[in-house]
Design a protein around this ligand. Structure first.
Ligand SMILES: *Cc1c(COP(=O)(O)O)cnc(C)c1O
Length: 423
Protein backbone atom coordinates (compact mmCIF):
# COMPACT_ATOMS: atom_id res chain seq x y z
CA UNK A 1 0.00 0.00 0.00
CA UNK A 2 1.52 3.33 -1.02
CA UNK A 3 0.60 6.82 -2.13
CA UNK A 4 1.79 6.66 -5.72
CA UNK A 5 -1.28 6.39 -7.93
CA UNK A 6 -2.54 7.48 -11.32
CA UNK A 7 -5.14 10.21 -11.59
CA UNK A 8 -6.39 11.12 -15.07
CA UNK A 9 -3.50 9.14 -16.55
CA UNK A 10 -0.84 10.94 -14.53
CA UNK A 11 1.26 9.44 -11.74
CA UNK A 12 0.83 11.35 -8.50
CA UNK A 13 2.59 11.27 -5.18
CA UNK A 14 -0.21 12.04 -2.74
CA UNK A 15 -1.85 15.11 -4.33
CA UNK A 16 1.14 16.25 -6.36
CA UNK A 17 1.74 15.20 -9.97
CA UNK A 18 5.18 13.62 -10.24
CA UNK A 19 5.70 15.56 -13.48
CA UNK A 20 5.32 18.87 -11.62
CA UNK A 21 8.18 18.01 -9.28
CA UNK A 22 10.33 16.81 -12.19
CA UNK A 23 9.61 20.02 -14.09
CA UNK A 24 10.61 22.24 -11.18
CA UNK A 25 13.64 20.29 -9.96
CA UNK A 26 14.75 18.41 -13.02
CA UNK A 27 15.58 14.71 -13.18
CA UNK A 28 16.67 12.37 -11.78
CA UNK A 29 15.17 12.92 -8.33
CA UNK A 30 13.95 10.85 -5.41
CA UNK A 31 10.41 11.50 -4.19
CA UNK A 32 9.08 10.30 -0.84
CA UNK A 33 5.51 10.27 0.45
CA UNK A 34 5.01 11.67 3.94
CA UNK A 35 1.66 9.91 4.39
CA UNK A 36 3.16 6.54 3.48
CA UNK A 37 6.05 6.91 5.91
CA UNK A 38 3.68 7.82 8.74
CA UNK A 39 1.29 5.00 7.86
CA UNK A 40 4.05 2.40 7.70
CA UNK A 41 5.52 3.46 11.03
CA UNK A 42 2.16 3.29 12.77
CA UNK A 43 1.27 -0.06 11.18
CA UNK A 44 4.37 -1.43 12.91
CA UNK A 45 3.96 0.49 16.12
CA UNK A 46 0.30 -0.32 16.65
CA UNK A 47 0.80 -4.02 15.85
CA UNK A 48 2.93 -4.23 19.00
CA UNK A 49 1.02 -1.79 21.18
CA UNK A 50 -0.03 -4.48 23.65
CA UNK A 51 3.54 -4.91 24.96
CA UNK A 52 6.38 -2.54 25.93
CA UNK A 53 8.40 -1.96 22.77
CA UNK A 54 10.84 0.34 21.01
CA UNK A 55 10.91 0.73 17.25
CA UNK A 56 14.41 1.67 16.16
CA UNK A 57 14.14 2.53 12.46
CA UNK A 58 17.18 1.06 10.67
CA UNK A 59 18.45 4.34 9.30
CA UNK A 60 20.94 2.77 6.94
CA UNK A 61 17.88 2.25 4.71
CA UNK A 62 17.33 6.02 4.44
CA UNK A 63 19.20 8.53 6.56
CA UNK A 64 17.95 11.89 5.27
CA UNK A 65 17.58 14.31 8.20
CA UNK A 66 13.98 15.14 7.31
CA UNK A 67 13.00 11.48 7.20
CA UNK A 68 14.69 10.90 10.56
CA UNK A 69 12.98 13.93 12.10
CA UNK A 70 9.64 12.71 10.77
CA UNK A 71 10.23 9.25 12.25
CA UNK A 72 11.33 10.68 15.60
CA UNK A 73 8.25 12.87 15.78
CA UNK A 74 6.06 9.82 15.24
CA UNK A 75 7.81 8.14 18.17
CA UNK A 76 10.53 6.11 16.48
CA UNK A 77 14.09 5.59 17.59
CA UNK A 78 16.88 4.49 15.25
CA UNK A 79 19.27 1.62 14.72
CA UNK A 80 22.66 3.06 13.76
CA UNK A 81 25.70 1.36 12.29
CA UNK A 82 28.32 4.13 12.40
CA UNK A 83 29.45 7.33 14.06
CA UNK A 84 28.16 9.21 11.03
CA UNK A 85 24.71 7.77 11.56
CA UNK A 86 24.87 8.73 15.25
CA UNK A 87 25.70 12.28 14.18
CA UNK A 88 22.77 12.38 11.78
CA UNK A 89 20.35 10.87 14.30
CA UNK A 90 21.25 13.38 17.00
CA UNK A 91 21.17 16.25 14.48
CA UNK A 92 17.67 15.16 13.45
CA UNK A 93 16.51 15.13 17.06
CA UNK A 94 16.19 11.40 17.66
CA UNK A 95 16.28 10.85 21.44
CA UNK A 96 19.46 9.04 22.50
CA UNK A 97 17.31 6.86 24.75
CA UNK A 98 15.92 5.25 21.57
CA UNK A 99 19.19 4.72 19.70
CA UNK A 100 20.74 1.26 19.37
CA UNK A 101 24.14 0.72 17.76
CA UNK A 102 24.83 -2.34 15.58
CA UNK A 103 27.72 -3.46 13.39
CA UNK A 104 30.74 -5.76 13.57
CA UNK A 105 33.39 -3.06 13.45
CA UNK A 106 32.64 -0.20 15.83
CA UNK A 107 35.71 2.03 16.16
CA UNK A 108 36.82 3.44 19.55
CA UNK A 109 35.82 6.99 18.57
CA UNK A 110 32.37 5.83 17.54
CA UNK A 111 31.96 3.94 20.82
CA UNK A 112 33.07 7.02 22.78
CA UNK A 113 30.63 9.32 20.99
CA UNK A 114 27.76 6.89 21.54
CA UNK A 115 28.60 6.55 25.25
CA UNK A 116 28.77 10.31 25.65
CA UNK A 117 25.39 10.66 23.94
CA UNK A 118 24.08 7.98 26.35
CA UNK A 119 22.41 5.78 23.72
CA UNK A 120 20.05 3.01 24.79
CA UNK A 121 22.49 0.16 24.03
CA UNK A 122 25.18 -1.34 21.85
CA UNK A 123 24.40 -4.52 19.96
CA UNK A 124 27.70 -6.33 20.34
CA UNK A 125 28.93 -8.83 17.79
CA UNK A 126 32.08 -10.38 19.33
CA UNK A 127 34.02 -10.83 22.59
CA UNK A 128 36.78 -8.62 21.16
CA UNK A 129 34.26 -5.84 20.73
CA UNK A 130 33.09 -6.35 24.34
CA UNK A 131 36.63 -5.71 25.52
CA UNK A 132 36.88 -2.60 23.33
CA UNK A 133 33.59 -1.17 24.63
CA UNK A 134 34.52 -1.98 28.23
CA UNK A 135 37.82 -0.15 27.82
CA UNK A 136 36.34 2.96 26.22
CA UNK A 137 33.55 3.03 28.83
CA UNK A 138 36.17 2.90 31.59
CA UNK A 139 38.02 5.81 29.97
CA UNK A 140 34.91 7.99 29.85
CA UNK A 141 33.70 6.80 33.26
CA UNK A 142 30.45 5.24 32.11
CA UNK A 143 28.78 1.86 32.08
CA UNK A 144 27.84 0.69 28.59
CA UNK A 145 24.48 -1.01 28.21
CA UNK A 146 24.84 -3.88 25.77
CA UNK A 147 22.95 -6.66 24.08
CA UNK A 148 24.83 -9.54 22.49
CA UNK A 149 23.88 -10.31 18.93
CA UNK A 150 23.14 -13.98 18.51
CA UNK A 151 23.56 -15.79 15.23
CA UNK A 152 20.66 -18.27 15.35
CA UNK A 153 21.93 -20.29 12.35
CA UNK A 154 18.63 -20.84 10.60
CA UNK A 155 18.72 -23.51 7.88
CA UNK A 156 19.14 -21.64 4.59
CA UNK A 157 17.59 -24.44 2.52
CA UNK A 158 14.17 -23.87 3.96
CA UNK A 159 14.52 -20.10 4.00
CA UNK A 160 16.73 -18.97 1.16
CA UNK A 161 16.24 -15.27 1.81
CA UNK A 162 18.05 -15.25 5.11
CA UNK A 163 21.48 -13.87 4.64
CA UNK A 164 22.91 -12.70 7.95
CA UNK A 165 21.81 -15.36 10.43
CA UNK A 166 23.91 -18.22 9.13
CA UNK A 167 26.96 -19.86 10.71
CA UNK A 168 29.18 -18.66 7.88
CA UNK A 169 28.02 -15.08 8.33
CA UNK A 170 30.26 -12.41 9.82
CA UNK A 171 27.39 -11.24 12.02
CA UNK A 172 26.60 -12.19 15.59
CA UNK A 173 27.86 -14.83 18.00
CA UNK A 174 27.06 -18.53 17.58
CA UNK A 175 24.19 -19.49 19.88
CA UNK A 176 26.26 -22.33 21.42
CA UNK A 177 28.92 -20.06 22.83
CA UNK A 178 26.57 -17.20 23.64
CA UNK A 179 26.13 -18.10 27.34
CA UNK A 180 29.88 -18.07 27.84
CA UNK A 181 30.12 -14.64 26.23
CA UNK A 182 27.20 -13.28 28.24
CA UNK A 183 28.94 -14.41 31.42
CA UNK A 184 32.13 -12.75 30.23
CA UNK A 185 30.24 -9.54 29.49
CA UNK A 186 28.56 -9.56 32.89
CA UNK A 187 31.96 -9.85 34.57
CA UNK A 188 33.26 -6.67 32.95
CA UNK A 189 33.43 -3.62 35.17
CA UNK A 190 32.04 -1.10 32.67
CA UNK A 191 29.49 -3.25 30.88
CA UNK A 192 25.87 -3.70 31.85
CA UNK A 193 24.22 -6.62 30.06
CA UNK A 194 20.64 -5.71 29.28
CA UNK A 195 19.55 -7.58 26.18
CA UNK A 196 19.72 -10.22 23.50
CA UNK A 197 19.70 -9.26 19.83
CA UNK A 198 19.09 -11.30 16.68
CA UNK A 199 18.73 -9.87 13.18
CA UNK A 200 18.60 -12.67 10.66
CA UNK A 201 18.45 -10.96 7.30
CA UNK A 202 16.55 -8.68 5.00
CA UNK A 203 13.57 -8.83 2.66
CA UNK A 204 12.06 -11.82 4.48
CA UNK A 205 8.74 -12.80 2.98
CA UNK A 206 7.72 -15.33 5.62
CA UNK A 207 7.36 -15.11 9.41
CA UNK A 208 8.79 -18.59 10.03
CA UNK A 209 12.46 -17.54 10.14
CA UNK A 210 11.53 -14.90 12.71
CA UNK A 211 9.76 -17.40 14.93
CA UNK A 212 12.50 -20.02 14.55
CA UNK A 213 15.12 -17.48 15.57
CA UNK A 214 12.94 -16.20 18.38
CA UNK A 215 12.48 -19.68 19.85
CA UNK A 216 16.25 -20.03 20.14
CA UNK A 217 16.56 -16.58 21.67
CA UNK A 218 13.76 -17.19 24.18
CA UNK A 219 15.37 -20.42 25.35
CA UNK A 220 18.69 -18.58 25.67
CA UNK A 221 17.05 -15.87 27.77
CA UNK A 222 15.73 -18.60 30.07
CA UNK A 223 19.24 -19.98 30.53
CA UNK A 224 20.64 -16.51 31.15
CA UNK A 225 18.02 -15.77 33.78
CA UNK A 226 18.96 -18.97 35.57
CA UNK A 227 22.53 -17.72 35.56
CA UNK A 228 21.36 -14.56 37.27
CA UNK A 229 21.54 -12.27 34.24
CA UNK A 230 18.73 -9.78 34.12
CA UNK A 231 17.71 -9.58 30.46
CA UNK A 232 15.34 -6.65 29.99
CA UNK A 233 15.38 -6.23 26.22
CA UNK A 234 14.77 -8.64 23.39
CA UNK A 235 15.71 -7.26 19.99
CA UNK A 236 14.38 -9.17 16.97
CA UNK A 237 16.04 -6.87 14.41
CA UNK A 238 14.42 -5.84 11.16
CA UNK A 239 14.11 -7.62 7.88
CA UNK A 240 10.42 -7.71 7.08
CA UNK A 241 10.15 -7.74 3.29
CA UNK A 242 8.19 -5.55 0.90
CA UNK A 243 6.51 -6.02 -2.46
CA UNK A 244 8.86 -5.14 -5.30
CA UNK A 245 7.05 -7.23 -7.91
CA UNK A 246 4.74 -10.02 -6.74
CA UNK A 247 6.09 -10.90 -3.29
CA UNK A 248 3.44 -11.32 -0.60
CA UNK A 249 5.33 -10.44 2.58
CA UNK A 250 3.68 -10.68 5.99
CA UNK A 251 2.29 -7.49 7.48
CA UNK A 252 3.64 -6.15 10.78
CA UNK A 253 0.43 -7.45 12.34
CA UNK A 254 1.24 -10.98 11.05
CA UNK A 255 4.69 -10.69 12.59
CA UNK A 256 3.15 -9.56 15.85
CA UNK A 257 0.65 -12.44 15.81
CA UNK A 258 3.52 -14.89 15.37
CA UNK A 259 5.93 -13.30 17.82
CA UNK A 260 3.83 -12.27 20.81
CA UNK A 261 2.68 -15.77 21.85
CA UNK A 262 6.34 -16.86 22.07
CA UNK A 263 7.08 -14.00 24.44
CA UNK A 264 4.46 -14.83 27.07
CA UNK A 265 5.81 -14.33 30.57
CA UNK A 266 9.23 -13.13 29.38
CA UNK A 267 8.76 -9.69 30.86
CA UNK A 268 11.08 -7.87 28.45
CA UNK A 269 10.84 -4.79 26.25
CA UNK A 270 10.72 -5.79 22.60
CA UNK A 271 13.08 -3.83 20.33
CA UNK A 272 12.59 -3.92 16.56
CA UNK A 273 14.70 -2.47 13.76
CA UNK A 274 12.56 -2.24 10.62
CA UNK A 275 14.17 -0.38 7.72
CA UNK A 276 13.03 -1.40 4.26
CA UNK A 277 9.42 -2.04 5.30
CA UNK A 278 9.07 1.55 6.52
CA UNK A 279 10.70 3.45 3.64
CA UNK A 280 10.95 1.08 0.67
CA UNK A 281 7.56 1.66 -0.87
CA UNK A 282 7.41 5.25 0.37
CA UNK A 283 9.87 6.41 -2.29
CA UNK A 284 10.45 6.45 -6.03
CA UNK A 285 13.26 7.53 -8.32
CA UNK A 286 12.09 9.66 -11.23
CA UNK A 287 14.17 9.59 -14.38
CA UNK A 288 13.88 10.86 -17.93
CA UNK A 289 14.30 8.79 -21.09
CA UNK A 290 16.96 10.38 -23.27
CA UNK A 291 17.71 8.04 -26.14
CA UNK A 292 16.33 4.88 -27.64
CA UNK A 293 18.91 2.50 -29.01
CA UNK A 294 18.42 -0.67 -30.99
CA UNK A 295 21.22 -3.13 -30.24
CA UNK A 296 21.86 -6.34 -32.16
CA UNK A 297 19.70 -8.44 -29.88
CA UNK A 298 18.19 -5.95 -27.46
CA UNK A 299 16.46 -2.62 -27.31
CA UNK A 300 17.69 -0.06 -24.83
CA UNK A 301 16.07 2.94 -23.24
CA UNK A 302 18.89 5.18 -22.06
CA UNK A 303 17.73 7.26 -19.11
CA UNK A 304 19.35 10.03 -17.09
CA UNK A 305 19.51 8.00 -13.84
CA UNK A 306 22.19 5.40 -13.38
CA UNK A 307 23.76 2.85 -11.06
CA UNK A 308 25.38 5.65 -9.06
CA UNK A 309 21.87 6.92 -8.20
CA UNK A 310 20.30 3.52 -7.51
CA UNK A 311 22.72 0.63 -7.29
CA UNK A 312 20.38 -2.15 -6.16
CA UNK A 313 19.78 -3.59 -9.65
CA UNK A 314 23.53 -3.67 -10.37
CA UNK A 315 24.55 -4.84 -6.91
CA UNK A 316 21.88 -7.42 -6.07
CA UNK A 317 20.19 -7.94 -9.40
CA UNK A 318 17.24 -6.39 -7.59
CA UNK A 319 13.91 -5.92 -9.33
CA UNK A 320 12.28 -2.48 -9.34
CA UNK A 321 9.05 -1.93 -11.18
CA UNK A 322 9.30 0.84 -13.79
CA UNK A 323 6.17 2.82 -14.65
CA UNK A 324 5.52 5.58 -17.15
CA UNK A 325 4.72 8.81 -15.32
CA UNK A 326 2.17 9.57 -18.02
CA UNK A 327 -0.13 6.58 -18.34
CA UNK A 328 -1.45 7.74 -21.70
CA UNK A 329 1.46 5.70 -22.97
CA UNK A 330 -0.48 2.64 -21.83
CA UNK A 331 -2.40 2.82 -25.07
CA UNK A 332 0.79 2.59 -27.07
CA UNK A 333 2.31 -0.53 -28.50
CA UNK A 334 4.55 -2.45 -26.13
CA UNK A 335 8.20 -3.33 -26.44
CA UNK A 336 10.68 -5.32 -24.35
CA UNK A 337 13.56 -3.10 -23.32
CA UNK A 338 16.50 -2.77 -20.96
CA UNK A 339 16.50 0.49 -19.04
CA UNK A 340 20.09 1.62 -18.70
CA UNK A 341 21.96 4.66 -17.47
CA UNK A 342 24.81 6.77 -18.86
CA UNK A 343 27.54 5.32 -16.60
CA UNK A 344 30.35 3.59 -18.44
CA UNK A 345 29.83 0.09 -17.04
CA UNK A 346 27.98 -2.87 -18.53
CA UNK A 347 26.53 -3.40 -15.06
CA UNK A 348 24.81 -0.03 -15.22
CA UNK A 349 21.13 -0.86 -15.59
CA UNK A 350 17.93 -0.13 -13.70
CA UNK A 351 15.75 -2.81 -15.29
CA UNK A 352 16.17 -5.64 -17.77
CA UNK A 353 13.82 -7.24 -20.27
CA UNK A 354 10.78 -5.17 -19.35
CA UNK A 355 7.68 -5.06 -21.47
CA UNK A 356 6.79 -1.36 -21.46
CA UNK A 357 4.64 0.89 -23.63
CA UNK A 358 7.07 2.16 -26.28
CA UNK A 359 9.02 4.88 -24.52
CA UNK A 360 9.40 8.29 -26.15
CA UNK A 361 12.55 10.38 -25.69
CA UNK A 362 11.89 13.01 -23.05
CA UNK A 363 9.32 10.86 -21.30
CA UNK A 364 9.43 10.50 -17.51
CA UNK A 365 9.69 7.08 -15.90
CA UNK A 366 9.21 6.18 -12.24
CA UNK A 367 11.44 3.53 -10.69
CA UNK A 368 9.22 2.23 -7.91
CA UNK A 369 10.02 0.98 -4.37
CA UNK A 370 13.23 3.00 -4.28
CA UNK A 371 12.86 4.57 -0.82
CA UNK A 372 15.08 2.04 0.97
CA UNK A 373 18.75 1.46 0.12
CA UNK A 374 18.33 3.94 -2.72
CA UNK A 375 19.75 7.40 -2.20
CA UNK A 376 21.84 6.22 0.78
CA UNK A 377 23.91 4.07 -1.57
CA UNK A 378 24.29 6.80 -4.18
CA UNK A 379 27.80 7.78 -5.21
CA UNK A 380 29.54 10.31 -7.42
CA UNK A 381 30.91 7.64 -9.75
CA UNK A 382 31.60 9.07 -13.21
CA UNK A 383 31.60 12.48 -11.46
CA UNK A 384 27.83 12.55 -11.45
CA UNK A 385 26.38 14.95 -8.86
CA UNK A 386 24.00 13.22 -6.46
CA UNK A 387 20.34 13.86 -7.15
CA UNK A 388 17.83 15.76 -5.00
CA UNK A 389 15.41 14.22 -2.51
CA UNK A 390 11.89 15.54 -2.13
CA UNK A 391 9.28 14.96 0.55
CA UNK A 392 5.67 15.27 -0.56
CA UNK A 393 3.03 16.07 2.01
CA UNK A 394 -0.60 16.45 0.92
CA UNK A 395 -0.62 18.99 -1.90
CA UNK A 396 2.90 20.35 -1.48
CA UNK A 397 6.48 19.21 -1.79
CA UNK A 398 9.68 20.07 0.03
CA UNK A 399 13.25 19.65 -1.14
CA UNK A 400 14.94 17.74 1.68
CA UNK A 401 18.26 17.45 -0.11
CA UNK A 402 19.29 19.67 -2.95
CA UNK A 403 20.93 18.48 -6.13
CA UNK A 404 24.71 18.54 -5.87
CA UNK A 405 26.62 21.00 -8.03
CA UNK A 406 29.90 20.45 -9.82
CA UNK A 407 31.67 22.37 -7.04
CA UNK A 408 30.44 19.72 -4.57
CA UNK A 409 32.24 17.08 -6.63
CA UNK A 410 35.66 18.52 -5.85
CA UNK A 411 34.98 19.59 -2.26
CA UNK A 412 37.98 18.70 -0.10
CA UNK A 413 40.25 17.84 -3.02
CA UNK A 414 43.59 19.59 -3.17
CA UNK A 415 46.37 19.81 -5.70
CA UNK A 416 49.74 19.74 -3.85
CA UNK A 417 52.06 22.62 -4.57
CA UNK A 418 54.66 20.47 -6.36
CA UNK A 419 52.11 20.01 -9.11
CA UNK A 420 51.83 23.73 -9.71
CA UNK A 421 52.57 24.20 -13.38
CA UNK A 422 54.47 27.43 -12.73
CA UNK A 423 57.33 25.61 -10.99
C1 LIG B 1 20.05 -3.72 7.90
C2 LIG B 1 19.65 -4.00 9.30
C3 LIG B 1 18.32 -3.82 9.71
C4 LIG B 1 17.23 -3.40 8.78
O1 LIG B 1 16.94 -4.35 7.81
P1 LIG B 1 15.67 -4.16 6.87
O2 LIG B 1 15.68 -5.36 6.02
O3 LIG B 1 15.87 -2.90 6.11
O4 LIG B 1 14.48 -4.08 7.75
C5 LIG B 1 18.03 -4.02 11.04
N1 LIG B 1 18.97 -4.41 11.93
C6 LIG B 1 20.25 -4.60 11.57
C7 LIG B 1 21.24 -5.03 12.60
C8 LIG B 1 20.64 -4.41 10.25
O5 LIG B 1 21.90 -4.64 9.90
Amino acid sequence: MHSFEYHHGELYCEQVPVSRIAKELGTPCYIYSHATLVRHFHAYDSAFKSIPHVIAFAMKANSNLAILRLMAREGSGVDIVSGGELFRALRAGVPASKIVFAGVGKAPDEIRDALKADILMFNVESPAELHAINQVAAEVGKKARIALRINPDIDPKTHPYISTGLKKSKFGIAAERAVEDFVLAASMSHIEVVGVHAHIGSQLTDVTPFTEALKKVVSLIGTLKERGLNIRYLNIGGGLGITYSDEKPPLPQDLSNAVLPLMQGLNVTLVMEPGRVIVGNAGILVTKAMYLKEGETKSFVIVDAAMNDLIRPSLYDAYHEVLPVNEESGRREKQTVDIVGPVCESGDFLAKDRLLPVVKPGELLAVMSAGAYGFVMASNYNSRPRVPEVLVRDGGFHVIRERERYEDLVKGEQIPSFLNTTE
